[in-house]
Design a protein around this ligand. Structure first.
Ligand SMILES: Cc1ncc(COP(=O)(O)O)c(C=O)c1O
Length: 385
């Protein structure tokens, strides 16, 4: 049976995106590759509304993009990490490997750190960088990035946002919101294959990349910057081998995103995620994200009452839908990823499979109730594709 990947990345990938990388003879200095690299860099500016920013595509994924932010830090700098879960905490683990000082703000699990709490911290101490996680993939909680930055912009040098589960699914406007670094990975809401870490940097952030940063060698953006500039101008350049086939696929995915229009894409994610949540809630389950204003467009954690999440995932898979396991220790849950090329019909299939599986596993389900909520939600949005 064909299955759909309602996962947190990689997600189901369009055939033409996948096939764009199935080439046996593309060199990293070839025109075909340089053109794909160049258009991908431009595509990153488009989807993050960062016209004047410097984009980067580096090997790896979200974690390599995160670690490359050390290129902006010098020994002894203070960093404030705003962490709503497992991936926010990753900043702390990364940064503690370097000679910088790290403070962490955390909410109760399932909640988010409030903008005023971040503001208060930045008034007490001088921070070079504050890091935010746009969508915390472990909980599905969205941080109100725009509001936080508006409150701390004058107190901190650089604002860095992990948009790994945000880019392509959530509204973002780097220039208007005052984001200095927005980073992501190729395999999430852009709907491409894994292998590339993606960043856009403001002028201020680019100017902070220094000879004496604490960064190492491979993920030092100083080494990658000339490659980005050269590739964008159509001239091949080398620092270390780029993930050639991943970038061919990324370029195709970004072209598709542009065709759809980024605002339409964000809206599609809003509709599909809203439909899935309507289904989940009307079946009587609560989401891991506790506050409606923090519900994300890309991930929903579903807390279970009786059923074992592992069993739910196994049985759903045998019905053709693959979910992601929970990774936050505070909850008994699984995660529904709704990003990339998801459609309203995916929401219908997801909730229909879950109703049957959860009923069989002893949860108190009345078949059709979740589906009715999905249908009513979709009808209220009058989505016609
Ligand atoms: C919010 C967030 N940040 C960082 C990462 C790490 O990205 P990667 O696994 O591509 O290294 C992930 C991965 O799921 C993520 O969801």
């Amino acid at each position: 049976m064909d299955k759909i990947l309602m996962h947190v990345g990689p997600v189901t990938i369009k055939d033409d995106v996948l096939l764009a990388g199935v080439k046996n003879n593309v060199g990293f200095t070839s025109k075909e590759f340089v053109d794909a690299f160049s258009s991908s860099l431009k595509g990153l500016r488009y989807i993050t509304k960062a016209k004047s920013y410097q984009p980067f595509i580096i090997p790896g994924g979200g974690t390599s993009a995160m670690e490359s932010v050390t290129s902006l830090l010098r020994k002894g700098d203070n960093v404030l990490v705003v962490s709503n879960g497992v991936f926010g905490d990753r900043w702390e683990y990364i940064l503690k490997r370097y000679p910088v000082n790290v403070d962490v703000l955390r909410p109760k699990p399932g909640y988010y750190v409030k903008p005023d709490e971040v503001k208060e911290m930045t008034e007490k101490k001088e921070y070079k960088v504050v890091t935010l996680t746009h969508v915390e993939t472990s909980t599905g909680v969205r941080e109100p990035v725009k509001e936080v930055i508006s409150k701390v912009r004058d107190n901190v040098d650089l604002t860095v946002v992990d948009g790994v589960s945000g880019m392509g699914a959530e509204e973002v406007n780097c220039e208007d919101w005052g984001i200095d670094v927005y980073l992501s990975a190729s395999q999430k809401a852009l709907g491409s294959t894994p292998g590339a870490g993606l960043l856009v940097l403001s002028d201020k952030a680019v100017n902070s990349i220094s000879e004496d940063s604490v960064a190492g060698y491979y993920l030092n953006l100083k080494n990658w910057l000339p490659v980005m500039r050269s590739m964008e101008e159509g001239k091949a350049s080398y620092f270390a081998t780029p993930p050639v086939h991943t970038i061919l696929q990324l370029s195709r995915a970004l072209a598709e995103v542009e065709k759809e229009g980024i605002d339409n894409r964000v809206r599609r994610h809003q509709v599909v995620s809203g439909a899935i949540r309507a289904g989940v809630e009307s079946m009587g389950f609560s989401t891991v994200a506790k506050l409606p204003e923090s519900y994300s467009n890309s991930v929903t954690g579903v807390e279970l009452k009786k059923a074992d999440p592992k069993k739910v995932m196994e049985m759903s898979l045998s019905e053709g839908v693959e979910f992601a396991p929970g990774v936050h220790p505070a909850f008994k849950y699984f995660r529904i990823g709704h990003m990339g090329w998801v459609t309203p019909n995916d929401a219908v299939v997801t909730i229909s499979v879950l109703e049957r599986v959860l009923k069989e596993l002893g949860e108190d389900i009345r078949l059709g109730e979740g589906l009715r909520a999905v249908q009513e939600f979709l009808d209220s949005k009058q989505e016609r594709h």
